[in-house]
Design a binder for this molecule. Structure first.
Ligand code: DGY
Length: 321
């Protein structure tokens, strides 16, 4: 049987499915104690299934039989597609099935930040609620406001659906290209990034991380935003220059931020961003529901089995000739 290494926690049914035709070596997580073992199994492994791990030269030089790297995520900034292609290794991700789940999470973070829900939850639980709350604890309206979505892929559109049809918001968007269907469905307006930043009450970043998008939000971008704007990041932390975001929050150039992702994950407990009451944080929960993570695991397993049967899965990220 061909050997598949699963290097993150998945549902038992995903492992059972792979085991119908493959030998599976399973690491619930990779850390200092399991990493050497992981490396020692690479020699005869044909597939890697997991997420976030940087598949670098060191891993590849130890993996002479590798045919497929299957990412359990839609983002694939941990993969060097050129390097994998050169080595005839197919890369896959899990697009589509997580769009609605990630949009739920992003919208939850947006509402929580605007209405200060985590802060006020702590206020109640700490016994501070002794009279009708006053203006100092008021939040900001979400309905009817302007949301600017940067990155109008599947998740961006699912966010736009919630914003437009659930909250009556005006939609601005910025993307690599204009899309007339998006504009007619959501009555959305295509904008330059600068224009979007100036006009939005909620700036919602969903662009994938790449060399082009790294640190795309810096001091100049935060300065363009309205003083009462809220910045939301639901894609990857490294698209934001976090020092500039901190500066902008310190100087009250924006009203707050809702962050599901960070440059370094897990984020350090002493990170200055965690000290602001007007910054709502979640631990990269975008797709983290029982149902969606199961579907993602099964799709990732399917992709592995499809490559091992000699097929080219539709969710392949590169082409091997
Ligand atoms: C992904 O799949 O890339 C998202 O970050 C999931 O939360």
């Amino acid at each position: 049987m061909q050997k598949v290494i699963v290097y993150r926690k998945v549902d038992q049914r995903v492992l059972d499915y792979l085991r119908t035709t493959c030998e599976v070596v399973y690491f619930e997580k990779l850390d200092e104690s399991t990493y050497p073992q992981f490396i020692s199994h690479l020699n005869d492994a044909v597939a890697l299934l997991g997420s976030a791990l940087k598949i670098d030269e060191e891993i590849l030089k130890n993996s002479p039989k590798l045919k497929v790297v299957s990412n359990i995520s839609v983002g694939y900034d941990n993969l060097d597609l050129d390097l994998l292609t050169k080595r005839n290794i197919i890369a896959t991700n899990t697009p589509g099935i997580l769009n609605e789940t990630v949009a739920d999470a992003v919208f939850g973070v947006l509402l929580s930040t605007a209405r200060r829900i985590p802060e006020l939850d702590a206020y109640v639980k700490q016994g501070n609620w002794d009279a009708m709350i006053d203006e100092d604890l008021f939040g900001l309206d979400v309905h009817g406001k302007v949301i600017g979505i940067i990155g109008m892929g599947g998740v961006g559109k699912a966010i736009a659906t919630r914003a437009k049809f659930g909250f009556g918001m005006e939609i601005l968007y910025h993307n690599r290209s204009r899309d007339e269907e998006i504009e007619s469905t959501y009555d959305a307006q295509y904008c330059s990034l600068q224009d979007l930043l100036k006009r939005s009450d909620f700036v919602c970043n969903m662009v994938p991380l790449s060399e082009e998008t790294k640190n795309m939000y810096g001091a100049a971008e935060f300065k363009l935003m309205k003083k009462n704007a809220i910045f939301i990041n639901g894609s990857r932390g490294a698209v934001v220059d976090e020092d500039s975001l901190i500066e902008s929050l310190r100087n009250k150039e924006i009203a707050g931020a809702g962050l599901d992702v960070y440059k370094q994950e897990p984020v350090d407990i002493n990170h200055p961003l965690l000290k602001f009451p007007n910054v709502v944080t979640t631990p990269h929960i975008g797709s983290a529901t029982v149902e969606t993570r199961f579907k993602m695991g099964m799709l990732a397993a399917d992709s592995v089995l499809s490559v091992l049967r000699g097929e080219s899965p539709t969710n392949a990220l590169n082409k091997i000739t």
